[in-house]
Design a protein around this ligand. Structure first.
Ligand code: ADP
Length: 169
């Protein structure tokens, strides 16, 4: 049985991520989407919120599970008893970082492989950061994210804008 881990921040999940999730879930028997709790970054959504949105967005995919993790990716992969890591490649700019990470992981855990799926053309420009930028200025993100994200991001932005207007008073 082939179990793979697709790790990332997913802050928030985009249709680019969904494309990779859907396509890799067709290749492997079980796909675990690992949601990274990274203390070094200040995310817009908490891990709990990111997990909840991913669960909703993937509810129709029977062999997909959403699990949060922190610490080293290879430790999480081993804990989940998986042998394969899946990452998405958008552009050449992703490549250097991804190559470095996969080679480092391979050194640390030689029996774990990384597999890259190249993004579908229509999502090659898409990132969580772009989505957050558009949403900050009240733009329409409906063609970039699953429906569950739209409502959640709206609420987040309202809270954020309220906080900012208070601190600027
Ligand atoms: P990280 O913070 O680890 O880069 P992300 O949540 O940004 O996590 O992305 C997780 C994975 O999804 C990465 O492998 C990234 O390259 C991939 N990815 C992100 N956006 C897209 C997209 N639009 N199309 C395909 N893959 C993507």
């Amino acid at each position: 049985m082939l179990r793979a881990i697709y790790p990332g921040s997913f802050d928030p999940v985009t249709l680019g991520h969904m494309d990779i999730i859907r396509r890799s879930s067709n290749i492997v028997d079980e796909l675990i989407v690992g949601v990274l709790n990274n203390n070094a970054k200040t995310p817009l959504f908490s891990v709990k919120e990111r997990v909840r949105m991913l669960k909703e967005a993937t509810k129709e995919l029977e062999n997909v599970q959403i699990i949060p993790f922190e610490g080293l990716l290879i430790d999480f992969v081993k804990k989940m008893d998986a042998k394969l890591v899946i990452r998405g490649l958008r552009a050449i700019t992703d490549f250097e970082y991804e190559l470095q990470m996969s080679q480092t992981n391979h050194k640390l855990a030689p029996d774990i492989e990384t597999m890259f799926l190249t993004t579908s053309l229509e999502y090659s420009f898409l990132s969580s950061t772009t989505v957050k930028e558009i949403a900050t200025f009240g733009g329409d993100i409906s063609q970039f994210v699953p429906p569950v994200v739209i409502e959640n991001i709206k609420q987040k932005m309202e809270i954020k804008n309220k906080k900012e207007s208070i601190t600027h008073e």
